[in-house]
Design a protein around this ligand. Structure first.
Ligand code: SF4
Length: 391
């Protein structure tokens, strides 16, 4: 392809996803097609899922047959990802759908399109490009920022640039440049969902979640905050202006007045990542007084579906059977997903803390992502020891 900085890191996952999307992995002679050709067809099939005009979201077939039947019986099986979003917007504009239950049906169809379509595809493609997560050690909370290294915080939701920043930060030339400016190295840290992406694949520590983005800058120790899309506070620019921090927007969809805009282009990904890191390094000598809270918690993230399968059954006999058995015998009473955002109307992370503690106390496994996961990480819930303490 035209983009040389990215490759297929997980060809097994590529083959699996090709199957879900109806992409042939073998040629007419029964030989495996070249990986890059399969990757291209998977990418095109994935793009087609967003705006196709016939059929329904292909990933629905990955749900249990009973569940698929329920969606079909209720008429809420999504047809295409964008289509359901646009239809929901249409219905809820003035003078359209005025029956609460009918609107709710479309809300569910849109949610299924977003989840089983967009989110699942996003995860699959990220795994193919950047590797399927497996457990890594890391740390969470503002204490991960460094007193003597250049601190770069990646913030937002997309892994494409942040993965390149991780790669660029390990470049010996870049590290030498940091040393030439008096820093001992480069410390990356994440905020929000971009943080989870770089955490679970690369072990990049978490600086915090949504309501901590300003606090990170308030430490006075952040040279650059690099943002992509979503959940970026408008107040970051005036706040960064009080410090030496540069706020850098990178998405063609998001510009913020007063921020530096360095637009991300996949074809120059590594080059742009290095440019951003060099700018941050240049700011290090301007750092003033810092207040980094001495607080951080260890965590072990990276329990992808594939890893759990492997952990429970091994390479040849991967299976969720031990988990099912434990649920059937009542040793584990179920699995819940705790996913989502912070809310400034309640004490920070308090609700996540409460519900996750109760789930653990009641022998319920908790699968987490989003800012809820970061809340639990800071709480120390994401370690094996937490099971002993709370369950
Ligand atoms: S979990 Fe919610 S608040 Fe947190 S980064 Fe994602 S979308 Fe934003």
């Amino acid at each position: 392809g035209a983009v040389s900085d990215y490759g297929v890191r997980d060809p097994f996952k590529l083959m699996e996803v090709a199957g879900y999307l109806g992409v042939e992995t073998k040629d007419e002679e029964g030989e495996r097609r070249p990986v890059n050709e399969i990757a291209r067809d998977v990418a095109l099939a994935a793009l087609n899922e967003f705006g196709k005009i016939e059929g329904e979201v292909l990933n629905l077939k990955r749900a249990p047959a009973k569940r698929q039947q329920i969606w079909h019986d209720l008429g809420i099986a999504p047809r295409a990802i964008d289509r359901e979003v646009v239809e929901l917007l249409h219905r809820t504009h003035i003078g359209n759908d005025q029956d609460a239950e009918h609107i709710l049906d479309q809300t569910m169809r849109c949610a299924l399109g977003d989840g089983w379509g967009g989110s699942m595809l996003g995860t699959d493609l990220s795994d193919i490009l950047f590797g399927t997560p497996s457990p890594v050690r890391s740390e969470a909370n503002l204490g991960v920022l460094s007193e003597d290294k250049v601190n770069i915080v990646v913030h937002g939701h997309e892994p494409t640039l942040s993965e390149m920043i991780v790669a660029a930060a390990m470049d010996p030339e870049i590290l030498e440049y940091a040393k030439s400016k008096g820093a001992k190295g480069i410390q990356l840290a994440g905020i929000c969902c971009t943080a989870n992406e770089t955490l679970m694949r690369q072990g990049v520590p978490l600086a915090g979640n949504f309501l901590q983005q300003e606090l990170a800058i308030l430490t006075g120790a952040v040279e650059a905050m690099v943002v992509d899309i979503q959940c970026i506070f408008q107040g970051l620019v005036p706040l960064a202006e009080q410090y030496h921090t540069e706020l850098i927007t990178t998405s063609p969809k998001v510009k913020i007045e007063g921020a530096t805009h360095i637009e991300f282009e996949e074809s120059r990904a590594l080059e742009i990542a290095k440019e951003i890191i060099r700018r941050a390094i240049d700011l290090f000598p301007k750092r003033g007084e810092t207040t980094i809270p001495d607080i951080r918690s260890p965590l072990i993230p990276g329990f992808s579906h594939e890893y759990i399968d492997y952990a429970l059954g091994g390479f040849y006999r991967g299976s969720l059977r031990p988990l099912n058995d434990a649920i059937m015998t009542g040793r584990i009473r179920g699995v819940v997903a705790n996913i989502g955002c912070n809310n400034a109307r309640v004490r920070h992370d308090e609700l996540f803390h409460y519900v996750v503690t109760e789930f653990l106390k009641n022998d319920i496994l908790v699968v987490e992502t989003g800012c809820g996961a970061i809340a639990s990480a800071k709480q120390g819930f994401m370690t094996p020891e937490a099971a002993m303490e709370y369950a």
